[in-house]
Every structure is written in C-alpha cells, then in structure tokens.
Design a protein around this ligand. Structure first.
Ligand code: XMP
Length: 503
C-alpha cells in the first residue's frame, strides 16, 4: 500500500512538501517519548532540529540566544560590517545560558576590592572561589554581596575572600535534570554553582534560566559549546574579504559554525572558501550550500563540507525560480540531496518553504537532519526590527518587516554576493520585501512546533530522527502524491468561520 520515497521521487516531477503525504505506521510509544535530537553538522548535535535563517529580518543576537537556550541554533546574517556581525555573535554567546552560564571566579587570597573591579567591568557582584582561582578549578565557596556589604571601604582592600566566603554552598551537579537544579536555585535564593562529579566548577545556574523556564514551555537542553557558552552560528560569503570575516568571527566571538551562504553553492568559489576555513580554523564547522541535486551535493561532500544546506527558490520570499529559471521543488531537493549526503555521513539542513509543523516533519522524514526557517521566525519578538501597525482583514494588525536577502532593499544594503551578482552590473532581484504579522515569542512558538513534530513522528511510528531516516531507507515509510482535491481536503474546508491556528 502506498509508495516508497524512491518511487515517488523518480517520476520526473518536482514535488514540494504539500504534494506528498505520509501514511501512518504502527504506534507502540507515547509522543512524549519521541526524541528530536539531531545532527546539525558532523561535529555538532542539537536537542531540537529547527534553526533560523541568516537573514537581516530574522537572526541577530536575540534570536540566536533564544534558540540556543532551547537547544537549537541561530545563524546571524552578514548584511552588516565584520565588526557588527562579530558583536552580534559575541552578544548572543555572552547571553547568560542559565544552568551553564560562565561564572566569575576568584581565588581565596583575592580581596573584596577585586570583586569591585569585576563589578565595574561586568556588573557582577558575586563570585565563585576555586582552588585555582579560575573556572574548572575545585569549588571552595561562593561570595555574594551580603558577605561583604557591611565591611568598610578600607576593609575591602584588606579582607581576603577565603575568610568571608560561604563554604556551605548549594550546588547542582553537571548532567542533573534542569528541573532539580532550578528547584535548588529557588530554595537557595542565590546563584547555584554547577560542579562535575569530582567537584570542579563547570557552570552556574542563574535566575535568568529560572525565569525562562517558569515563563515558557520546556523544549530541549541549551546548545552549549565546550566552555559552557551558548552555541551561535553565522553566515559568510565566499569572496576574498570573507576570509577576514571568518577569522574575526572565530577569534573575537568564538563562533561555532559558519554557513557559506550562496543560492547556488556548487562553485569553485565555495570549495576554495571551504578549504581555506578548514585549514585556517580546524575546529570550525562549515556548512556548504545551497544545493538541490545529488551531483552538487557530491562535489561539496567530497570537498569536506561538515553539513549541507538544501533549497533553491523554495523560500517564501524567493523569486529565484521565476527570475533565473533554476531550482527544484523542496521535497524532491531534500530527498535527492539526502540520499547522497547520508552515504557520506554528512547531515543536511532543509532550508526554506516551511509554513507549518507538518512541513518540518516531512523534511525530516525525507532525510533532513535539521530544518531552517525564515518566514516562520520572522515577525517574532526576537526577530530584528520594530513592530508597526498595518490594516488586516478584520482590523489593524501588528507587523514586522520580512525580506529576501536577494530583494532590492536587502541588496542595496550589501547582500548581493549571495546571488553571484556583480555590483558594477545591473542589480537583479531574486526576492521580495514585505511584512509578516506579529507571532509572539519564539520561546512560545518553538515548543508548540516541536510537540506537533513529535506527534507526527509518533503517527508514522518513528521514535527519533535516526528511526525515521531508517524507515526512509528501508522503504517502510510509505507515502503518496496528493491530488489538488486531496490537498484541498487536507486543509480546512466548508466552514463559515473557524479559529485560525497560530502556528
Ligand atoms: P522561508 O520559506 O523560510 O525561506 O521564508 C527562507 C530561506 O529563503 C532563502 N532566501 C532567499 N531565496 N531569494 C531567494 O531566492 C531571496 O531573496 C532570499 N532570501 C532568503 C534562504 O535560503 C532562507 O533561509
């Protein structure tokens, strides 16, 4: 009953997500048991598989930090100077990740006055004390303002922290469930150091995380780098001056992963940039793209890409397929690139064309490991830009700008490199600029999206992304092409009015 993906996608018709529908499988587990952990690149795993587009109306520091807090990652756009992009990435990485924020640390023989120096620079009045005087040392105690508030100014210069620190510290252990650590934080009414099994300081639980968790539904563990800072990605181009951009992002901001941003990524420019990045910054993960065919994917996989970004002209603001006559339906692109990339163990990111949670589940089922969203995240609180009022069908609505990076407006600001356009020549727009309605916070939206994806995975009978990929490969994932009438039937129909679903 139904077809294997290989049969659907070998008919010579290009399909997008709405063209196909998956058959249900057998359920022997609860939706809450579905695990959405997935690979962004060969070297980075995320707790949730939805990431944000490097677009100037989607991802800057606020979006990147909010997504990383939930277990995802945001890619800061590069339609700005190197200095500005470095500052955005650094700001997101500095964001207090909560459970694993980087604590300020001093030694027992430091003085109270040393805390004041920290306060002046960083606004922090509490410090952890370790035997080495640095993070990673064995935790000895904690000093907060109430330990030194009553001392005179002169005493601040003579009182050693070892003499006033609280030695009886409430701690959380690394790997401990967030909930438990947060309960301790609540009970202790102060910051709670996080220690590993041998008592060495690895982080700090803060009120910021507590607020985040009490206000928003839970999704996944934060995406953290090896030093406990939030993971942040950035996009760069493939021109010679982009090498300086990558170097600054790595050395000054500690960016975790870069996307080599091009609408047609199968180029010698991209391979050269990839090889440069891997040679100059061996720890940096590099995602190449965009690609939509197996042949394109093969060349970038062979060149050493850590991940591939898939899609050409499928984005909601894209006009590439109309203007340049090139591209592919997004479901076909994801399926064909995934086949090639999976053989080489390279994760792929389905980029663009996602309008609802069902599209995310279909992208994962067709072989994607992560899904990149632009329009879904545009118009949220965390997206750059100010809200404005516009007239809607039933009265005024709040809107924010959303524009293609190949739109005239964005290119005028400098983003034309992505479209291989020559600044000396005529500008050819491959995208549009407009507005989208206010969607509230991504911290509210993403948990809903992820729950819906879990329910879709459960319907299909897959407990995790590896399982759905295995079903795709062994043919037990069955599907069909939807006729126009079947698509209409799958949507709401014959209703006079109904409550519109928000996401
Ligand atoms: P969605 O559908 O999520 O798509 O809004 C976001 C993706 O669209 C790509 N993008 C563009 N493609 N012209 C294009 O052809 C453009 O101006 C443009 N701007 C963004 C990009 O891959 C993004 O992630």
């Amino acid at each position: 009953d139904g077809l294997r993906a290989a049969q659907v996608f070998s008919q010579g018709t290009t399909y997008t997500y709405d063209d196909v529908i998956m058959h249900p499988g057998h359920i022997d587990f609860g939706a809450h048991q579905v695990v959405l952990t997935s690979k962004l690149t060969k070297g980075i795993t995320l707790a949730i598989p939805v990431v944000s587009s490097p677009m100037d109306t989607v991802t800057e520091a606020d979006m990147a930090a909010a997504l990383a807090m939930m277990g995802s990652i945001g890619f800061v756009h590069y339609n700005m100077s190197i200095e500005e992009q470095v500052a955005q990435v650094a700001r997101a990485k500095r964001h207090q990740a909560g459970l694993n924020a980087i604590p300020e640390v001093l030694a027992q023989d430091s003085f109270v006055a040393d805390i004041h120096d920290l306060k002046r620079v960083k606004g922090i009045g509490s410090v952890c004390i370790t035997d080495t005087g640095a993070p990673g040392g064995r935790l000895l105690g904690i000093v907060t303002p109430r330990d030194y508030d009553m001392l005179s100014h002169a005493e601040h210069r003579t009182t050693r922290l070892g003499d006033i620190m609280s030695r009886d510290v409430v701690t959380a252990t690394e790997g401990e469930a967030h909930e438990e650590a947060l309960q301790r934080l609540h009970a202790a009414k102060r910051r709670v150091p996080v220690v590993n099994a041998s008592g060495h300081l690895v982080g700090l639980a803060t009120r910021d995380l507590l607020r985040h968790h009490s206000r928003y539904p839970k999704v996944g563990q934060p995406s953290l780098d090896s030093s406990g800072k939030l993971r942040v990605g950035a996009a760069v181009g493939t021109r010679d001056d982009d090498r300086a951009r990558v170097a600054a992002l790595v050395s000054q901001a500690g960016v975790d992963v870069v996307i080599l941003d091009s609408s047609q990524g199968d180029s010698t420019f991209q391979v050269a940039m990839l090889q440069h990045c891997k040679a100059a910054h061996p720890d940096l993960q590099v995602i190449c793209g965009n690609v939509v065919t197996g042949a394109q994917a093969q060349r970038l996989v062979q060149a050493g890409a850590d991940g591939l970004r898939v899609g050409m002209g499928s984005g909601s603001i894209c006009t590439t397929q109309e203007v340049c006559a090139v591209g592919r339906g997004q479901a076909s692109a994801v399926y064909h690139v995934a086949r090639v990339a999976a053989r080489a163990g390279v994760p792929i990111m389905a980029d663009g064309g996602v309008q609802n949670s069902g599209h995310i589940t279909k992208a994962l089922a067709l072989g994607a490991s992560t899904v990149m969203c632009g329009s879904m995240f545009a118009g949220t609180t965390e997206a750059p830009g100010e809200y404005a009022m516009a007239s809607g069908p039933s009265g005024p609505v709040r809107v924010k700008a959303y524009r293609g990076m190949g739109s005239l407006a964005a290119m005028t600001k400098g983003s034309e490199a992505r479209y291989h356009s020559d600044t000396q020549a005529l500008k050819i727009a491959q995208g549009v600029a407009g507005t989208v309605v206010d969607k509230g916070s991504v911290r509210q939206m993403v948990p809903h999206l992820m729950q819906a994806v879990k329910q879709g995975m459960q319907d299909v009978g897959a407990r995790d992304i590896a399982a759905i990929h295995a079903m795709l490969r062994n043919g037990s994932l069955r599907m069909e092409v939807r006729s126009n009438a079947a698509q209409a039937e799958g949507n709401v129909h014959h209703m006079h009015s109904y409550d519109k679903v928000r996401w």
